[in-house]
Design a protein around this ligand. Structure first.
Ligand code: ADP
Ligand code: MG
Length: 626
C-alpha cells in the first residue's frame, strides 16, 4: 500500500495536534461528532432537493461504541459519506478557511489554547489517538474505502467493505494512563452532554444498566443483572430553542444553575429568538450577586457561543460590552461558522450584529426591571451598579447616554437609591442644578460642613463609591441641569443677590487673604462664605478635580501631580472671621499661624491627612496655653 504525504500545512497542524500539550484534549469528540452531524445534514439536504434520493429522516443517527481491550473508540454516522477522492481531498489537505486561520496562528506557542476556542476539525483526533482509520462509503456508491494514518508521516487509502453508506471513524486511543478516560463509557457520555448535547440528530451509545432480576418465587433473594441498552445520550432540543411559552420559571432557573454553577436564583432571564438579517437564539441571565472575582482583572466576560447547537466557544467576550460584563448566557446562531477564529471573530459581521442586538435587548430589560421590579433592581444596582458607572466614564463617555438612566445614587431625600430622572422630577422649579457630594460613607458626607447646611435646601446625591463622582463628572449635564459638587467653591449662583454680597466682602478683604495665602502656598484661594451653618471653615475645590477624586486618584501610580485646586472657605458669620480681621491689623504673624491651623482643620474634616502634623500640634499647644 502506497503511503502519501500530507500537504505542508496539514503536516504542521497535525504535528501540533500530535504533540499537543493542550490540556483540553477532550474537544476532539466534539469535532468528530460535529463532522458526523454535518455529513448527515448534507445528505438530508440532498434528499430534500433531489427526488431520486430516498432516505428516511428518522433513521439518521450517530453511533458511538467502545472496545476497551483493543483501545478503540468508534464514531459512526449514516451521513453522506466520502468517495476515495473525497477522502483524499478532505482529509489530506486543509482546505477550510477556518483551518487556514489556525495555521496562521500556530506560529505562536501561546496561541495553543485557541485549540479549545474554536473548531480545529478532524485532525484534533490525533491529540488522543495513535492511529485514525476512516471507513467511508459515499451515498449512492457501491464502493467503500479506508483512510489510515498514524501521524505526520502520511496516510494511505485502500478499498474495503462497508454494508451501507456513511462513515466510521475508528480511533485507536493512545496508550498511557491519561488517555484511558476516552475509553470510559461514562466519560464519553459526559463529553457528549457537555459539548454536543444539542446536536439535532440522536447520538446513541450502548449503556450498561443494573436491573433487579425478575423473581421466580416470592421467597427468592434479590438478584441483579446487567443489561445493555442502546440509548440516545443527547437531549436533541436545547432549552433556548424551545417555545418560550412552554418553559417554566423553574426550568429557566435550573438551567442557569446547572450551566453557570450559581445556586442563587438569577434576577432576570432574557430569552430571545431573533429572525431577520441575522438569525439567532439567545438565553441570557443577570445574576443576583457579583461573582467573587467580578471586580478584579481575573474576571472574564463572555457568552457561550453555539453554531446550530454545537458549542464553539466557552466565553465569547465580543458579544458583550464591558458595562454588561456581568451577563451570563448562551448565543446560538446557524449563521456562524464552526471554524470561526479569534482573528475573524473581531471582524465577523454576523457576530457584530448579534452583539448589538443583544446589547439593546439587555438594556431594555433592565429598564423594565427598574420600572416594574424596584426591589430586584436595587439588588441589581448593589451588585453591578459600579460596573455601569465605570461604563459611563470609560471610552471618553461614549456610552453615557445609554447608561445614565440605569445608574442610581443614594439620595439625601430618603437615604435610598434614586435615578437622575427621579431626582429631577422631585426638584423645585427654581432649582437649576443637580447637587451631589462625595465621601466615604453617608454619615461622613452628611456631617461635612457644606452638606449639613445645604441639604435642608436641596436634595443631594451621595457619592460613596469612588466611581460615583467620576461618572457624574462625565454625565456633566442631565436634562439641561448641571451636575454640581456641593463642595466646589462657587455653588450659590442660584441666589444672585446673596452672591453679590459675598463677592463684595471678599473684594474688600483681598489683601488679607493674600497675606494668609503666603502661609499655605498650596491653597489656590481663601474666601468668605455665608454657606456654612456652625462650622468655622471648610475646604472646597475649584476646577475639574474634586477633593474626593484626589483621594481616589492618589491610590494610583503616578498620581502625585493630580491634585484638586483647594479653596479654604471661612464662615463670614462665625466669630473666627472677626478674629482674622482683627489679627490682620494687629499681628500678621499670628494671622499666618491661624491660617495654618484652620487649613489643617479643614483638611481633617474632609478626611485628608496633613503633611506637617508636628508644626500644627506645636501651634495648637502654643495657643491653648494662652
Ligand atoms: P470542517 O468540518 O471545518 O470542514 P474538518 O477538518 O472537521 O473541517 O473536516 C474536514 C472535511 O472532512 C469536512 O469538511 C468533510 O468534508 C470531511 N469529513 C470529515 N468527517 C466526515 C464524515 N463523518 N462524513 C463525511 N465527511 C466528513
Ligand atoms: Mg469539522
Amino acid at each position: 500500500m502506497k503511503m502519501k504525504e500530507f500537504k505542508t500545512e496539514s503536516k504542521k497542524l497535525m504535528d501540533l495536534m500530535i504533540n499537543s500539550i493542550y490540556t483540553n484534549k477532550e474537544i476532539f469528540l466534539r469535532e468528530i461528532i460535529s463532522n458526523a452531524s454535518d455529513a448527515i445534514d448534507k445528505l438530508h439536504y440532498k434528499s430534500l432537493t433531489d427526488s431520486n434520493i430516498k432516505v428516511n429522516k428518522d433513521e439518521f443517527k450517530i453511533n458511538i461504541s467502545i472496545d476497551k481491550d483493543k483501545r478503540l473508540l468508534i464514531i459512526s454516522d449514516n451521513g453522506i459519506g466520502m468517495s476515495k477522492e473525497e477522502l483524499e481531498n478532505n482529509l489530506g489537505t486543509i482546505a477550510k478557511s477556518g483551518s487556514e486561520d489556525f495555521k496562521a496562528n500556530n506560529e505562536h506557542k501561546e496561541d495553543i489554547d485557541i485549540i479549545g476556542q474554536f473548531g480545529v476539525g478532524f485532525y484534533s483526533a490525533f491529540m488522543v489517538s495513535s492511529k485514525v482509520e476512516v471507513i467511508s462509503r459515499a451515498y449512492g456508491s457501491e464502493e467503500a474505502n479506508m483512510w489510515v494514518s498514524e501521524g505526520v508521516d502520511g496516510y494511505s487509502i485502500s478499498k474495503c467493505d462497508k454494508d451501507s453508506y456513511g462513515t466510521d471513524i475508528i480511533l485507536t486511543i493512545k496508550s498511557g494512563e491519561e488517555y484511558n478516560e476516552y475509553l470510559d463509557n461514562y466519560k464519553i457520555q459526559e463529553l457528549i452532554r457537555k459539548y454536543s448535547d444539542y446536536i439535532t440528530v440522536p447520538i446513541n451509545m450502548d449503556v450498561e444498566h443494573r436491573h433487579l432480576k425478575e423473581k421466580k418465587n416470592e421467597s427468592d433473594k434479590d438478584e441483579y443483572e446487567t443489561v445493555i441498552e442502546n440509548q440516545t445520550i443527547n437531549s436533541l432540543v436545547p432549552l433556548w430553542k424551545r417555545n418560550k411559552s412552554k418553559i417554566s420559571e423553574e426550568e429557566y432557573n435550573t438551567f442557569y444553575s446547572d450551566k453557570f454553577f450559581d445556586y442563587e436564583t438569577p434576577l432576570l432571564h432574557i430569552h430571545t429568538m431573533a429572525e431577520g438579517s441575522v438569525n439567532y437564539n439567545s438565553l441570557l441571565y443577570v445574576p443576583s450577586h457579583a461573582p467573587y472575582d467580578f471586580y478584579t482583572k481575573d474576571y472574564e466576560k463572555g457568552l457561550q457561543l453555539y453554531s446550530n447547537g454545537v458549542l464553539i466557544m466557552e466565553k465569547c467576550g465580543e458579544l458583550l460590552p464591558d458595562y454588561f460584563s456581568f451577563v451570563k448566557g448562551i448565543v446560538d446562531s446557524p449563521d456562524l461558522s464552526l471554524n470561526i477564529s479569534r482573528e475573524t471573530l473581531q471582524q465577523d459581521k454576523v457576530l457584530k450584529t448579534i452583539a448589538k442586538s443583544i446589547e439593546s435587548k439587555i438594556r431594555k430589560e433592565l429598564e423594565v426591571m427598574r420600572d416594574e421590579k424596584r426591589e430586584d433592581y436595587e439588588k441589581f444596582i448593589n451588585a453591578f451598579g459600579a460596573q455601569l458607572k465605570y461604563g459611563i466614564y470609560a471610552n471618553y463617555g461614549m456610552d453615557k447616554d445609554k447608561l445614565q438612566d440605569l445608574v442610581m445614587f443614594y439620595s439625601s431625600n430618603d437615604g435610598k437609591y434614586t435615578t437622575l430622572k427621579e431626582y429631577v422630577s422631585r426638584k423645585g422649579e427654581e432649582q437649576k442644578n443637580i447637587y451631589y457630594a462625595a465621601g466615604e460613607s453617608i454619615s461622613k458626607i452628611e456631617n461635612s460642613p457644606k452638606v449639613s447646611s445645604f441639604k435642608d435646601k436641596y436634595e443631594i446625591l451621595y457619592c460613596i463609591e469612588n466611581v460615583d463622582e467620576f461618572a457624574l463628572k462625565v454625565i456633566n449635564e442631565y436634562e439641561g441641569l448641571k451636575l454640581v459638587n456641593v463642595n466646589s467653591e462657587d455653588i450659590h449662583e442660584e441666589d444672585n443677590e446673596k452672591q453679590e454680597e459675598v463677592n463684595k466682602i471678599n473684594d474688600e478683604y483681598k489683601d488679607m487673604f493674600n497675606l494668609m495665602k503666603e502661609a499655605v502656598t498650596e491653597l489656590k484661594d481663601i474666601k468668605f462664605t455665608t454657606d456654612l451653618k456652625n462650622h468655622p471653615v471648610c475646604l472646597s475645590s475649584s476646577g475639574e478635580i474634586s477633593l474626593e477624586m484626589e483621594k481616589t486618584l492618589s491610590h494610583m501610580p503616578n498620581s502625585e501631580f493630580i491634585k484638586a485646586e483647594k479653596v479654604l472657605l471661612v464662615n463670614s458669620n462665625h466669630k473666627i472671621a472677626d478674629k482674622l480681621k482683627e489679627l490682620y491689623n494687629s499681628d500678621k504673624d499670628k494671622l499666618k499661624d491661624y491660617t495654618k491651623v484652620l487649613y489643617a482643620m479643614s483638611r481633617l474634616m474632609e478626611g485628608l491627612s496633613i503633611d506637617n502634623p508636628l508644626e500644627i500640634s506645636n501651634l495648637v499647644c502654643e495657643y491653648l496655653d494662652k
